[in-house]
Ligand binder design. Structure first.
Ligand code: UD1
Ligand code: UDP
Length: 368
């Protein structure tokens, strides 16, 4: 029996790998194993619980204030033991985190084939996003299977000389997840708080925004929120203490910006679906928003998700305070721009990405 192991460790990887775990577990002739590195702890547990996935292995690497060195070293060392014990035929990793890079490297050292889910995203600037652009390029050079979410991602891989027979365009499993989370009946105390207002969702956590960029973003958001009495901003904040401290310093005492603990994925997707617009530096949210028809101002200088920009849903605005202020204000006042950006166009597939990946791994071809 073919043994397939999925390895992931952070919230976004879990959200996009759990649909694949569930799909693979329905297939005959394969044994599906799940190893979590625990790069995230509480934020990972929220996702595992939401999807009902119980890991077979947990490296529990997370430590408060961990560095790239800590995570890389602990995952690499921990994966050695797991791979020796489980002896998988293939290991699937996702995207671009340190978990992804270090576990793919462990497989490479042990000559175990790697399948890369969400392969081929690129900015071609290893400093942005940092260190994610390096991670995904490095995994790309190891992977035997490249599951590209879009034709554009496939083209990046082809241009880099990856063998065409190793690349499959599957759609993004983020859309598979969305298909199971958004419901018509949804209640939450924070929705009651926002009732009668335009609800704006804010998230920001990226390494390259730590420090002054986060402060600039928060100051701009506060200024706009205080100017528009009909706007409420909800910020489910990342557990990173650095992010929390900056938010506390800039947003404390502003009653139209509410900071809350991270939402579980079902709640978060339902908030997105009911929001007016989104401000974020997150990668995953850039994929989800076009599907929901919600305009996004991307708080980064570059994006590896140009499909959403082309579809008209995303606008990459960087982190200058005056620019964030102007762009946020404009979306609240310029109806034409708002309508153009909120036209739902989803470039990330039909929600069957997991099905296709499972087909390729079990039958060597896709049936949908
Ligand atoms: C990581 C990924 C990033 C991804 C993000 C998703 C790397 C280098 N970065 O960044 O690509 O966008 O996850 O959110 O792989 N913490 C907790 N509990 C949790 C999670 C985090 O307390 O459940 C705190 C800890 O203090 C931890 C810190 O957040 O040390 C940073 O976590 P880490 O995974 O190192 O970095 P992220 O910024 O989350
Ligand atoms: N998300 C969530 N709860 C929250 C905020 C985000 O479940 O409070 C989800 C979101 O829908 C998306 C993913 O987490 O699927 C994005 O994760 P994150 O922003 O941490 O990482 P990135 O995508 O930037 O790597």
């Amino acid at each position: 029996m073919k043994k397939i192991m999925l390895v992931f460790g952070t919230r976004p990887e879990a959200i996009k790998m759990c649909p694949l775990v569930r799909e693979l577990k329905t297939r005959r002739g394969v044994e599906t194993l799940v190893c979590v590195t625990g790069q995230h702890r509480e934020m990972l547990r929220q996702v595992l619980d939401a999807f009902g996935v119980e890991p077979d292995y947990d490296l529990m690497v997370m430590a408060p204030g961990q560095t790239l060195f800590d995570v890389t070293a602990r995952v690499l060392e921990g994966m050695k033991g797991v791979l020796e014990a489980a002896k998988p035929d293939i290991v699937l990793v996702h995207g671009d985190t340190t978990t992804t890079f270090a576990s793919a490297l462990a497989c490479f050292y042990m000559n175990i084939p790697v399948g890369h889910v969400e392969a081929g995203l690129r900015t071609y600037n290893v400093m942005a996003p940092y260190p994610e652009e390096f991670n995904r390029q490095a995994v790309g050079s190891i992977a035997s299977y490249n599951f590209a979410p879009t034709a554009l991602a496939r083209d990046n891989l082809l241009r880099e000389g990856k063998p065409p027979q190793s690349i499959y365009v599957t759609g993004n499993t983020a859309i598979d997840a969305l298909g199971t989370t958004v419901v018509s009946e949804f209640e939450h105390p924070e929705l009651t708080w926002a009732q009668g207002s335009r609800l704006v969702i804010l998230t920001a956590h990226r390494r390259e925004n730590w420090g002054e960029p986060l402060h600039r973003i928060f100051r701009a958001v506060r200024r706009v929120a205080e100017e528009f009495p009909d706007v409420k901003v909800l910020y489910p904040i990342h557990l990173n203490p650095l992010v929390r401290q900056a938010a506390e310093e800039e947003l404390a005492g502003c009653d139209r910006v509410r900071i809350i603990e991270p939402l579980d994925v079902v709640a978060f997707h339902n908030f997105l679906a009911r929001s007016y617009m989104i401000l974020t530096d997150s990668g995953g949210i850039q994929e989800e928003a076009p599907s929901l028809g919600k305009p996004v101002l991307v708080l980064r200088d570059v994006t590896e998700r140009p499909e959403g920009v082309k579809a008209g849903t995303l606008r990459v605005i960087g982190t200058r305070e005056d620019v964030v202020y102007d762009e946020f204000r404009t979306l609240l006042t310029d109806e034409e721009r708002y309508n153009a950006m909120s036209r739902a166009q989803n470039p990330y597939g039909d929600g069957l990405a997991s099905h296709r990946i499972a087909d390729i791994l079990t039958k060597g071809r896709t049936t949908v």
